[in-house]
Design a protein. Structure first.
Length: 628
């Protein structure tokens, strides 16, 4: 099957062009925003040639094709008519998904990922210079100075890069951000490293009690200054007339934020950063390699959860402070074990499709991208994933015992060797990689996979991925009573002027003619669907009922006008919490009916789903009983 034929089958399995809002891609995955998840034929997609796995995460249906192939498949689906979207647009939509912690970590990633290439380049320059030193080939004076420019500049101006990137992410003017960041490391300020060395250079003293130095190498203070600065700039721009905005807004932003940055935020968060650095080093220096064992064991589990970008902050801090990154070797061990487990599955299976899936996924892992190996193979059979965590823990412990520390970050395993050539640790690095590979392969080959025990169906695969990515393990269904999400008058579902609902095709429930424009949670639940138009919500209660609340009939056509959602997908709510608001007058003006349906969509899982309310219902009144 050629790429165009695969693309046609992908589109059909997605529910057709009309079910796709937009498509984009990253290094390994086709990222699709769909209108109705229920229309996707996931079994067909996951069994297509060249597909290495598929799962929902961050509000996107992500189809793993692997490096290189994904670019070709993206071109094919776009040529066949799928609407495109930039990764930034998708990030903006996906940023609304997940809990506050996941959203915060994604923000860290958005800030630090664009900076990683220069840190990688700097680490490689350090490796080359270290190689000359190891070979006892001294560089001439001027050339040695030039190499210092290559290896030191990124860390000297690091706060400028961080503030620039933070302004970009938080909607400020990146040019203002980079100038503000460079002010923090101005040559007119005492150099932070020179002051710390205890030489003749001392801190400036303002007002007799505020010590001020440059923020060379600082990461967290620059990030906080960037967040506050971007929000402050946007606030100033709102009150400054357009005619003088160009003059006043940058002037006020730079003046106020330079004062806050150097006199308040910088000193305070520099202390906080030092404590974080001390704690990080304490974990990494635990005796007997325990720190590496711990981090190596959990790193790939953190990758599955999607919050692994927190390591970017810690790695950049370590590099700025010591020009050495112990995390890199530990993370390499974890990723090597993951790839080795995938190789073991590929070697042992007699399934030709699984073989063609496993080996490219393993190669991708050895080049530094483990998602195809995780989601396409190891999590699918579960044991290889967890056995690789054990192997990664042992490899990480060995990395700590050997004292391995790379000269950069962002590259691992095969390309990562460049970070150890010049610091005299290449042999130890290769030993650690070999041990991690052998353990990951051997454990999986002996205990983790048997062809005749392939009992994981595609539905089970999806469930496992969802459990690992969200932490939501389904509980057994329970009897429960739902309270009304709408204040108003009860209407029999059969009397609703919409055959989809009145026929019971969506499930049993009730309808309410609203007297107030507020939607409440009918039980303690998690928000599984929050439509961007604000007209409908899907909930899964803690006792297992799946509830759809649909405000009005055909109100999706209003495109959110008159509606305001107060929750996002993944939010946890209590019974009576406000999910959203709506304006019945606007619905009427649009010529539509505001009757609101409350449907138990998994009615088939229960012995009975029965309305228990008639007449008018107030907040907190019981409306539906479900019994197993």
């Amino acid at each position: 099957m050629n790429n165009q034929e695969i693309a046609k089958k992908v589109i059909d399995a997605l529910g057709g062009r009309e079910n796709v809002n937009s498509v984009a891609h990253c290094a390994t995955r086709l990222r699709v925003m769909v209108k109705d998840e229920g229309k996707i034929n996931k079994e067909v997609i996951e069994n297509l040639e060249k597909v290495q796995g598929a799962f929902f995460n961050s509000g996107q249906y992500q189809i793993i094709f692997g490096t290189g192939t994904v670019n070709k498949m993206y071109d094919e689906v776009v040529a066949l008519g799928l609407p495109t979207s930039s990764k930034d647009d998708m990030k903006a939509e996906a940023a609304k998904q997940g809990n506050w912690f996941q959203r915060a970590i994604r923000t860290f990633g958005d800030v630090f990922v664009p900076i990683i290439p220069v840190i990688v380049a700097t680490g490689l320059f350090m490796g080359v210079r270290g190689l000359f030193n190891a070979l006892e080939m001294p560089l001439p004076g001027d050339f040695a100075t030039y190499t210092q420019i290559l290896t030191d500049t990124a860390f000297i101006i690091l706060p400028g890069l961080v503030v620039w990137s933070t302004f970009r992410v938080f909607g400020g003017n990146p040019a203002v951000g980079i100038v503000l960041g460079m002010m923090l490391v101005s040559g007119s300020l005492p150099n932070a490293w020179a002051v710390a060395s205890g030489g003749e250079v001392t801190a400036m003293n303002f007002f007799g009690f505020i010590p001020v130095v440059g923020l060379q190498g600082s990461v967290l203070p620059a990030f906080i200054i960037g967040v506050v600065g971007a929000k402050f700039e946007k606030a100033v721009r709102k009150v400054v007339p357009d005619v003088i905005d160009l003059l006043v807004t940058p002037f006020v932003t730079l003046l106020v934020m330079s004062i806050l940055g150097l006199f308040v935020i910088g000193p305070v968060f520099h202390v906080v950063e030092n404590y974080i650095l001390i704690a990080t080093k304490a974990i990494l220096s635990m005796p007997f390699g325990l720190g590496g064992f711990l981090i190596g064991g959990v790193h790939q589990l953190i990758v599955v959860s999607g919050v692994h970008h927190i390591f970017n902050l810690l790695e950049v801090q370590l590099l700025a402070a010591d020009h050495a990154n112990p995390f890199n070797a530990i993370i390499t061990a974890a990723m090597t074990a993951q790839g080795a487990a995938t190789v073991a599955v590929g070697v042992k299976t007699k399934n030709p499709k699984l073989k063609t899936l496993a080996f490219p996924a393993a190669l991708s892992a050895f080049l530094g991208i483990t998602e195809p190996a995780i989601f396409g193979v190891n999590l699918r059979f579960r044991k290889p994933f967890f056995l690789s965590l054990i192997a990664g823990a042992i490899g990480g412990g060995l990395a700590s015992i050997l004292g391995l520390a790379g000269t950069g970050n962002g590259i691992t395993i095969i390309p990562g060797t460049m970070l150890y050539i010049g610091n005299g640790q290449l042999a130890q690095y290769l030993l650690m990689v070999a041990v991690s590979f052998v353990l990951g392969f051997a454990l999986t080959y002996m205990f983790g996979y048997e062809d005749e025990k392939e009992v994981a169906t595609e539905v089970e695969t999806e469930r496992l991925v969802q459990e690992e990515t969200t932490g939501n393990i389904p509980a057994a269904l329970q009897n429960e009573t739902l309270v009304t999400p709408i204040v108003g008058d009860v209407v029999a579902l059969a009397d609703v002027n919409d055959p989809v609902f009145s026929s019971g095709a969506m499930g049993q429930g009730i309808a309410v003619k609203p007297s107030q424009g507020v939607v409440y949670a009918p039980a303690d639940a998690e928000v599984s669907i929050a439509f961007p138009t604000g007209h409908a919500f899907g909930l899964k209660t803690t006792d297992g009922a799946e509830v759809l609340i649909h405000v009005g009939i055909d109100t999706v056509s209003m495109n959110g006008d008159g509606f305001e959602a107060k929750v996002a997908q993944g939010d946890k709510v209590k019974a009576g919490d406000v999910l959203g608001t709506f304006d019945s007058n606007k619905i009427a003006a649009a010529g539509l009916d505001d009757t609101t349906m409350v449907i138990v969509t998994n009615t088939a899982d229960y012995a009975s789903v029965a309305p228990v309310a008639t007449g008018s219902v107030a907040k907190g009144d019981a409306v539906i009983e479900v019994k197993i």
